[in-house]
Design a binder for this molecule. Sequence first.
Ligand code: NAI
Length: 482
Amino acid sequence: VDSRQDFKVADLSLAAFGRKEITLAEHEMPGLMSIRKEFAAAQPLAGARIMGSLHMTVQTAVLIETLVALGAEVRWVSCNIFSTQDHAAAAVAVGPHGTPENPQGVPVFAWKGETLEEYWWCTEQALTWPNSPTGGPNMILDDGGDATLLVHKGVQYEKEGKVPSVDTAENEEHRVILELLNRTITDGSQKWTQLASEIRGVTEETTTGVHRLYEMQRDGELLFPAINVNDAVTKSKFDNKYGCRHSLIDGINRATDVLIGGKTAVVFGYGDVGKGCAESLRGQGARVIVTEIDPICALQAAMDGYQVTTLDEVVDKADIFITTTGNKDIIMASDMAKMKHQAIVGNIGHFDNEIDMAGLAKTPGIVKDEVKPQVHTWTYPDGKVLIVLSEGRLLNLGNATGHPSFVMSNSFADQTLAQIELFTKPDEYPTGVYTLPKHLDEKVARLHLDALGVKLTTLSPEQAAYIGVEVEGPYKSDHYRY
Ligand code: NAI
């Protein structure tokens, strides 16, 4: 990277368009904007060097500029090769006061349609800090855990004294990661160990990343404290559900423009994301079928009025298939072989292992053709065509623009408060995985009520005493499930 241009985006001339959309988004993000006001004087993130790995969208731009407004230095990448909005990335790089000729914003390394090599190169750039004692950040803001994973793998291999050979890679992405670590770890080098030693903590956005963190904690491998932002109520019960209710059909519509009403749609998984997706498809008049492995979620789906069955029962009858499980091997090539002509197959879970794209590509005689970026037809020798969205990667961000601002204001207000917690109170968070304290969760919800004209009822002191809470909250115990 050129030292005069410490960022890489697709096209700086898109910055003005990006700035207009950021300005519109700010009004729709009252949580973030009031946090900016509240902490403007205190500057709680002064001294924080935050490396962010989260979809580089318009909404994320408002998050980045909030962190900066609170005193942080920030470097950013997208956490998916297809999810960057190039105008948002350009506007962040240029900054509110810069110009394309004289960019003055935040170093962002992200463009829509990165290769896997570019993706991990970007992650490395954002983790590489000019003027830092260890050459790295002291905070990570992660979505899916890729930045956290890279640091942990680097430390692990430095401890073991060697990086596995690239020949041992399980897949293409693993090969790219091993190449990167082989390149950055030379004999006796402590680059990653030093870098990790300065990191005060990570705040993690999504279910899949949180899952990785709890596994590292269980195995004694976690190197620094983490806040599980996903399980803030104002995150997973809003972003995952209402966000996907908006952005799932947005992705299907922009990709295919097919009429959803009257079609049969299968939603795999009825967790928070699945609930939003099922409702979104039903809202368009689709007949929605749910698959589940968990009896509780299966029963919920049944009581919400959905047929719950297995893929085998419906694979040759349904028109639209959407995976939301955060699990792997949900739709295999052998399943896709049985689907109807012009069935639509897409994933909204975090990683691209829910749909067996490698297996599909190996189908004898199959031909892949690009209709437009992130929309591909796969034609079988008998002429049957499947439409696959975003090559099996999360389609709401690949084919559309992800969740809208208002819901992301909740998630990102949680993120900002979590960053402040970990950065300013290191003594209260020894290495481990934590959720956001409930009073902050309730605070984030409160920040979004006025904009929707919500009038909250106030408890009387007698009522508060009767149900055993304070008048100003928190109102629920930690085991309450909403
Ligand atoms: P969750 O854990 O609430 O739901 C997943 C559901 O899938 C669970 O109910 C589980 O029982 C079910 N499941 C697991 N294996 C299954 C199988 N083989 N067949 C059928 N069902 C199965 O998780 P959540 O919060 O709904 O997240 C799901 C995924 O979506 C995660 O990867 C998460 O990171 C991602 N996510 C994506 C977003 C986006 O904008 N695209 C937004 C939020 C989350």
